[in-house]
Ligand binder design. Structure first.
Ligand SMILES: [Fe+2]
Length: 318
């Protein structure tokens, strides 16, 4: 879904210039010529970010910002002022109204795009973090449904999540990336909801037909999450955790760095736990054996760089 930006300025040249620049980056841009018209549009489209002039007829930028901030859904919307240097004196007023950034005319395209991107990314990170606890509970509930159907993997999700988070921290990922990783690890097998429970608990090997069903779980999981905006960033973990470095994995048979990083990271955590814990078809292997298997598969099943980083946390692994 495209991110929506509302541009407000009484100069039509400036509106059109800003619109053209923003559209190059594939934003959905709506324009208005004063605060009053902009407010009506704001209520209609709920933009992801607002860029507004200060001096405008009807309703000026300050009154518009104040009106936006008084709305329930306007409190956290990034709001950027775009004004002439001569209006600089008003900045303290803008600050009181919690403006997020100022740009001064004339601005250049890169400056505008950078300011917009930084604010949109920041908002996404904050939103994800603010709602993390509530979402974690929902997500855990979904994952518990899977585990309830598959007694052999009980505890697998918690362990994979723990291993993946240790690994992500060691790789230097930031807070919001770790939150997404956590969701991804909890949900990685959510698509198994479509796999009949006889299959999940089967002790012998699978027939080709049974394999075909089993191999659908990453795509099914990604489809389920695709409709939930705040969980979408977790899709790479779900969709690519069975891809393998040499292209022998599924669902797409991607090779090497074509496999999104999230998938490569989770593949290691998932494999480590799957091998080291008891399953219907095998007894859990000791830690040393599991690590030895991972080392042997470095550059074959797993990203060799990630394997070397994984070994750096080997002492901390369960
Ligand atoms: Fe899986």
């Amino acid at each position: 879904m495209k991110e929506k930006i509302l541009v407000v300025d009484d100069s039509s040249d400036l509106r059109e210039l800003a619109k053209a620049i923003l559209k190059m980056q594939d934003y959905e841009v709506t324009v208005a010529e004063d605060g009053k018209k902009a407010l009506a549009i704001f209520d209609r489209i709920s933009p992801d970010l607002v860029i507004s002039d200060i001096a405008m007829p009807e309703m000026d930028g300050f009154a518009f910002l104040e009106a936006v901030r008084s709305r329930e859904d306007g409190n956290a919307v990034p709001f950027l002022f775009l004004s002439a240097y001569s209006q600089k004196v008003n900045l303290s007023q803008a600050r009181r109204l919690a403006v997020d950034d100022y740009l001064f005319k004339p601005f250049d395209a890169q400056e505008l795009l950078d300011a917009v991107r930084v604010r949109l990314d920041r908002r996404q990170a904050v939103q994800l973090f603010d709602t993390r606890e509530a979402h974690l509970q929902t997500v855990s509930l979904m994952a518990n449904v899977i585990e309830a159907r598959d007694p052999y993997t009980r505890g697998h999700i918690d362990r994979v999540c723990d291993i993946a988070l240790r690994f992500g921290k060691h790789l230097g990922w930031n807070e919001s990336s770790l939150t997404v990783l956590e969701f991804g690890a909890i949900l990685h097998d959510i698509g198994k909801i479509v796999v009949p429970s006889e299959l999940l608990t089967k002790e012998g090997s699978f027939t080709p037909e049974e394999w075909a069903i089993m191999r659908k779980h990453p795509e099914k999981g990604a489809e389920m999450i695709n409709g939930i905006d705040h969980l979408k960033p977790a899709i790479p973990f779900i969709l690519y955790h069975h891809e393998r470095w040499d292209g022998s994995g599924y669902p797409f048979g991607l090779k090497g760095e074509k496999i999104p990083l999230g998938g490569r990271v989770l593949a290691l955590a998932d494999f480590y736990d799957a091998v080291s814990s008891d399953r219907p078809y095998h007894d859990g292997q000791p830690k040393e054996t599991t690590l030895k298997m991972i080392k042997e598969e470095s550059g074959i099943l797993f990203d060799p760089y990630l394997v070397s980083k994984f070994f750096e946390i080997a002492d901390d692994l369960p």
